[in-house]
Design a protein around this ligand. Structure first.
Ligand SMILES: Cc1ncc(COP(=O)(O)O)c(C=O)c1O
Length: 393
């Protein structure tokens, strides 16, 4: 057996093997998955904008007007008017002086962290931060202090121990697999006390939290208090790519030093136009965010009524922790057979022993669908032994 075949066999034996499922047609609250019609309950297209007619049209018009690709990195010859336009709109939306686009959220995080944290810097990173933040810390080759999830005391202790060395605190705003919000006010306070930079990743907060969907920082009334805010265009904004919001000087520094920005082709015009159209829809129709929040509450309540204990505060990310990886996938498959798609999430995406279904709600679901899905989740959980008690009458 080759080493690769052995690795694959190990993954299968430990319940961690992954395979691709296939969707035909646009993203939406219902999709055709592997040939069957299912309720989509694990998309990050939270506002249902990826398939919105205006967003599709904008992408198509941009393809006709500007072409399919940017042809080079922005610092060579790929910088086009739609890049500038989208950056200006994003910065204004987030209340920042400037924004800089990146190819994806993954690239934005590794680019910003490795640009800001040299070998003499200590990075303070929440233990449940997204993999792209973890990889950014690795790439920076900076000393990294991983503080316990949301544990402000642990972070404060680490900062004191660092004794005034250059430091960067970095955290998800809304945690991607847990749905809870970082202790933002404390992070801001500690960053100020210790004179270090604070970077927040609002991948799952933009379009979902705060006034008009401006994110977790705005929701906490801390706009302008966070040095860098990262956001993606691939989730609530229905397109692809990402951005970092910061002051103009910091933007200029990233533009000169962030390697994924320098050494990668600029985002293509249709993608930019789609994101801009989605942002315009978000600004014009803030009721989408309210609808998302109401749907999140409805699903949480309905799952609780089935006896399913879900975590993650109040956000649109609703984790149902199962623990064991194989059992999680059994639950996922049983639910899928009933027409509801919520992907099982296993290590290394989440820590060992905390595999889960990660339900995520969209503004375009209707409440009846969510109630129906929760009932089916209860049935599947009882069938797989995840839930042993019969539902209360
Ligand atoms: C918190 C967080 N940051 C960054 C990313 C990466 O963003 P992108 O998908 O745009 O690469 C994700 C998810 O994919 C995420 O959940």
């Amino acid at each position: 057996m080759s080493d690769v075949a052995e690795w694959l066999a190990e993954l299968r034996a430990s319940g961690l093997h992954r395979r691709l499922r296939l969707i035909e047609g646009a993203q939406g609250p219902r999709v055709q998955l592997d040939g069957g019609d299912v309720l989509m309950l694990c998309s990050n297209d939270y506002l249902g904008l990826a398939g919105h007619p205006r967003v599709r049209e904008a992408a198509a018009e941009a393809a006709l007007g500007w072409g399919a690709g940017a042809g080079a990195s922005r610092l060579i010859s790929g910088n086009m008017a739609p890049h500038r336009q989208l950056e200006e709109r994003l910065a204004a939306f987030k209340g920042y002086e400037a924004a800089l686009l990146f190819g994806s959220g993954y690239l934005a995080n590794i680019g910003a962290i490795s640009a800001l944290a040299g070998r003499d810097t200590v990075v303070f990173s929440d233990e449940l931060n997204h993999a792209s933040i973890v990889d950014g810390c690795r790439l920076a080759r900076a000393e990294t202090f991983v503080y316990r999830h949301g544990d402000v005391e642990h972070l404060a202790w680490g900062l004191r121990e660092a004794g005034g060395r250059a430091a960067l605190i970095v955290s998800d705003g809304v945690f991607s697999m847990d749905g809870d919000v970082a202790p933002l006010a404390d992070l801001v306070r500690l960053a100020r006390e210790h004179r270090c930079r604070l970077m927040l990743d609002e991948a799952h907060a933009t379009g979902a939290l705060g006034p008009g969907g401006r994110g977790s920082v705005a929701a906490a009334g801390l706009s302008g208090e966070v040095d860098l805010v990262v956001g993606t265009l691939g989730k609530a904004l229905g397109s692809y790519g990402a951005y970092v919001c910061a002051g103009a000087e910091l933007r200029e520094y990233l533009l000169n030093t962030a390697r994924p920005f320098i050494f990668s082709t600029a985002l293509p015009p249709p993608v930019l136009a789609a994101a801009l159209a989605a942002l315009e829809l978000l600004e014009a129709e803030p009721q989408r965010v309210r609808r998302l929040n109401a749907n999140a509450a409805a699903l949480r309540q309905a799952l609780a009524a089935e006896g399913l204990a879900v975590g993650g505060g109040e956000s649109q990310i609703v984790p149902l922790e199962v623990g064991d990886a194989e059992r999680t996938m059994q639950l996922c498959e049983r639910l899928l057979e009933r027409g509801v798609f919520a992907q099982g999430i296993r290590p290394p995406t989440v820590p060992q022993g905390s595999s889960r279904l990660r339900f995520s709600v969209m503004a375009t679901h209707d409440e009846a669908e969510l109630h129906g899905a929760a009932k089916l989740a209860g049935e599947a959980a009882r069938e797989t032994g995840v839930l042993s008690l019969p539902v209360a009458a």
